[in-house]
Design a protein around this ligand. Sequence first.
Ligand code: ADP
Ligand code: MG
Length: 135
Amino acid sequence: MAVFISKSREQTEMFACEYAKSLRAGDVVLLDGEMGAGKTVFAKGVARGLGIVEEVTSPTYAYMNDYDGRLFHYDCYRIESVGQAERLGLSDYFYMGGICLVEWAQNIAPLLPAKVKRVVIKKCNETDREIEYGE
Ligand SMILES: Nc1ncnc2c1ncn2[C@@H]1O[C@H](COP(=O)(O)OP(=O)(O)O)[C@@H](O)[C@H]1O
Ligand SMILES: [Mg+2]
């Protein structure tokens, strides 16, 4: 795992925009970190890096937002059970050839593919974030 220190929301977004270039079709990236760490900010940067112009918003209530089948952005914070996620067909999108970004993946752990990438964002203070990334 490598580490990037971000000093602002803009730096996180820019870093994610660059990171997006390392991603390949079908990659599933788990975005870990506490509430407010910057997972959704990171997702916005990835979307920009992929050339998605549509605004990325938190999928907290919809569980997953689909950007043209190219990016699937999950937020599983409010998933109540693995069964619920299964019934919603949330795991189908892991295999559709788009890039998947998954917030709160621990709530759907049994549904995740065997091979995933990870980004862990640690909140150091109001503005600083330690971003660990790698396989
Ligand atoms: N270095 C930073 N990187 C990312 N976000 C930051 C940073 N510093 C402050 N913030 C703020 O932290 C919040 C992160 O929110 P969000 O991305 O929605 O968190 P999460 O999705 O992890 O719950 C935003 O309000 C953002 O402006
Ligand atoms: Mg979020």
